[in-house]
Design a protein around this ligand. Structure first.
Ligand SMILES: [Mn+2]
Length: 314
């Protein structure tokens, strides 16, 4: 039997399901989770999304088709979560009891009774879309279409990144036909920003530096800048694409201070430079063109470590 079909059949037998997202939840993990949750509820099952951390306000619309249900958890599904550490605050409670793990990160290291990993999918939402198609009785309504489209669009940078495939567009087309408000979703995800967020962007642009003959660019986002601009932690997303935009840059790095001496690093690359391999040196990982890791130390130490390692491959 096709493995995804086996996952679909297993899900059909489940009830009282908790669906987990990764920490700092993005459009893909949330879209995938709420699409699956909506589908299970359509089938008369009880299901609930357990996010790791409060999602940014701009994702609130993904919840709109979901009924709040209280029940005792019997099964656990994770979507778009590549490693148990990425469950964040939910790691301890859930890491050993995951029944089904659905993901598109080739590096996935989650322990689960059943795993479906497809690294050729641009987003977890693509897998969830195909999964729902294999579940008898699930209808692609406007809510599910909205969730899936959001996952596709956000993980492909609005269908621009190299992970985008003909399949991505075919699924997007089906969700558009099913009523996903694609223009509004893309405006909300990629265009609209609060004045405070624009203020932050101004501060961040001032930190842009080019290294290694212009092949490496990085920006720095400090807690102080967030304070100065008046933005919440949930409005910081999306800055990571800035350094890679500089002409000639092969690797764009965003160094974001999470707490004193702890930096979250986001790496975006051009022309096939392997960001995942690069980040694995620092204990992180992800995709070829988009990966991340966490490094502790002073800002100067972190910068130097990143530059030294980049010099080996650029
Ligand atoms: Mn994803």
């Amino acid at each position: 039997m096709n493995k995804l079909k086996a996952v679909a059949q297993k899900l059909m037998t489940m009830d009282n399901v908790h669906i987990l997202t990764h920490r700092y939840p993005d459009g893909d993990t949330l879209g995938s989770a709420y699409a699956l949750c909506g589908a299970l509820q359509q089938l008369g099952k009880k299901a609930k999304v357990i996010t790791s951390g409060e999602p940014a306000k701009k994702y609130a619309f993904l919840k709109k088709g979901i009924r709040e249900q209280n029940f005792e958890r019997k099964y656990v599904v994770s979507v778009d979560v590549a490693a148990s550490s990425l469950l964040g605050e939910n790691e301890e409670e859930y890491k050993d009891i995951i029944d089904i793990c659905i993901d598109h990160h080739g590096t996935n290291s989650i322990e689960a009774k059943m795993k479906y990993i497809d690294a050729t999918s641009a987003s977890a939402a693509e897998i969830v879309f195909e999964l729902l198609g294999l579940m008898t009785g699930v209808i692609l309504n406007e809510h599910i279409a909205t969730c899936i489209y959001t996952g596709l669009s956000t993980d492909t940078g609005c269908f621009r990144y190299t992970n985008t495939t003909p399949k991505t567009h075919l699924i997007a087309a089906k969700t558009m036909a099913a009523g996903a408000p694609w223009e509004k979703i893309n405006a909300e995800m990629f265009e609209i920003m609060s004045p405070a967020r624009i203020e932050l962007q101004k501060l961040v642009y001032n930190t842009l530096e080019l290294k290694l003959n212009g092949k490496l660019a990085f920006i720095v986002v400090t807690l102080d800048m967030l304070k100065k601009a008046g933005v919440g932690d949930d409005e910081v997303e999306g800055l990571a694409s800035i350094p890679r935009r500089v002409e000639g840059v092969l690797m764009g790095i965003t160094i974001r201070e999470k707490e004193d001496g702890v930096f979250k690093i986001s790496v975006r690359t051009n022309e096939g430079v392997d960001a995942s391999a690069y980040c694995s040196v620092f204990g992180g990982g992800g995709h070829v063109a988009a990966s991340g890791c966490t490094i502790e130390g002073t800002l100067d130490f972190v910068k130097e470590a990143l530059i030294n390692e980049a010099e080996k491959i650029l």
